[in-house]
Design a protein around this ligand. Structure first.
Ligand code: PMP
Length: 417
């Protein structure tokens, strides 16, 4: 699993100098101190934090103990370890920056943005462009500071019934985190053995718990697969609450439920610009019936999408050709990486409709650290249960994917040998 030595040096993660007796991992591109290693392990495996966040209970101040909601004290923050690796394939981002001419246009436009003024609170120009591209009514579109914010708005708005929120697991962690933060009750149902919706169990929960909201991320994160249409339809038909289909990755699956909002008044669809090249500008897009978006807009914070992001997104939406090319290349690369993983000894790769692949190995923590040593950062989901020994790799450029595949082969062969 690579070279471990006792000694000093700067940790690539916390940037602290460690001298003398500290055990430090030394790899080609990253050295990591023991403290960071244990912290990374904790964050990425998603193991629940101890009630006191790892500290003795006595260290809680009274403010934290008595004034923070109990549910929030039990949460751990959404955290992605940030440390420099040569190849970054952990965040489900696009590896492609915009082409030069788009970047130049963005710079020219940004110069004109009056930063002393508030943004357009309705983001009218941007929403009009989204409306035109998607052929969806303007009033049914709400923008968010990423779809994370839209998830929060939905939970805030549509929790006036039972206060219950149903979703299959494993899935995107913010459904649970935000539900708890808002004092709602998450109801979790395991996905079936193909990571598809276990429709009988979901139907049972809908009938007995009558959730206000159901979240279905399709394609799902971190499993990568799309859920079966007929199972989604069954849930849509049965639920009297809101059904949110989170289509963050739908550009890579070629399938969307957006046109079905005509048929189902309780359907809301979420999209984002994050996965196709614009994670940094934080633009999430919500589509729903006007009766619903009218209510959502009441809890939307004023000026929630800043003026720079609005302007950048406007420029991009006028030139979507390069975005489509990027999506096509990622989809081709996904097939190639999947095929390579399928034939790799000691790896079980799961099929993906998204821009990442979930795969299982014998020792996920060891492989994760071994890859970091070789300068490749992916995401470690190892935790007891369905994701035991599972890792998720985002599809990058062809070169990055080759680097990842080569590093994985080397790590696996050194752990076997
Ligand atoms: N939904 C899903 C299923 C996701 O995986 C993510 C990002 N990890 C989000 C929503 C949040 O995306 P955004 O960057 O738009 O907040």
């Amino acid at each position: 699993m690579g070279e471990i030595f006792e000694g000093g040096g700067e940790c690539s993660f916390c940037k602290k100098e460690h001298g003398g007796s500290r055990m430090v991992f030394k790899g080609k591109s990253a050295r990591i101190c023991n403290e960071c290693l244990s912290e990374i392990g904790e964050h990425v495996t998603g193991k629940p934090a101890s009630k006191s966040g790892g500290r003795p209970e006595a260290q809680y101040t009274d403010i934290v103990k008595f004034r923070v909601k109990e549910g929030i004290r039990g949460l751990s923050p959404y955290s992605v370890p940030h440390f420099k690796c040569r190849v970054k394939l952990d965040g489900n981002e696009s590896p492609f920056p915009p082409p030069k001419e788009v970047l130049e246009k963005v710079i020219r436009e940004i110069k004109e943005v009056p930063m002393n003024r508030y943004p357009d609170p309705e983001a009218m120009v941007l929403r009009e462009k989204v409306s035109k591209i998607t052929d969806f009514p303007l009033d049914g579109i709400v923008l968010g500071n990423g779809s994370d914010e839209l998830i929060e708005m939905l939970l805030t708005t549509f929790s006036g019934g039972t206060g219950r929120v149903l979703f299959p697991v494993p899935t995107f962690s913010m459904f649970r985190i935000t539900s708890i933060a808002l004092g709602l009750e998450p109801v979790e149902v395991e996905l079936d053995d193909k990571f598809d919706i276990d429709v009988n169990s979901m139907v049972n929960e809908i009938k007995t718990k009558n959730p206000d909201l159901i979240f279905l991320a399709s394609p799902n994160n971190p499993t990568g697969n799309r859920f079966s249409d007929d199972r989604i339809f069954e849930i849509l038909k049965l639920s009297s609450g809101i059904v949110v289909i989170d289509e963050a990755y739908c550009d890579f699956s070629g399938k969307s439920f957006l046109p079905l909002i005509d048929q189902y008044e309780n359907l809301i669809v979420l999209r984002t610009m994050s996965k196709v090249g614009f994670a940094g500008i934080r633009i999430g897009i919500l589509f729903g019936r006007v009766e619903l978006t009218r209510e959502i807009n009441k809890v939307r914070l004023p000026y929630n999408v800043n003026s720079l992001s609005q302007r950048v997104a406007e420029v991009v939406l006028d030139r979507v050709g390069f975005v489509t090319e990027g999506i096509q290349l990622i989809s081709r690369e996904r097939s190639r990486v999947y095929k390579e993983l399928r034939i790799m000894k000691g790896v079980k790769a799961f099929p993906s409709d998204a821009n990442f692949i979930l795969f299982k190995v014998d020792d996920a923590d060891g492989v994760f650290k071994g890859l970091i040593e070789k300068g490749v950062l992916i995401r470690n989901f190892n935790s007891p249960g369905r994701l035991e020994n599972c890792l998720r790799v985002t599809i990058g450029t062809p070169n990055e994917n080759n680097d990842f595949l080569r590093a994985l082969r080397e790590v696996l062969s050194s752990s076997i040998g």
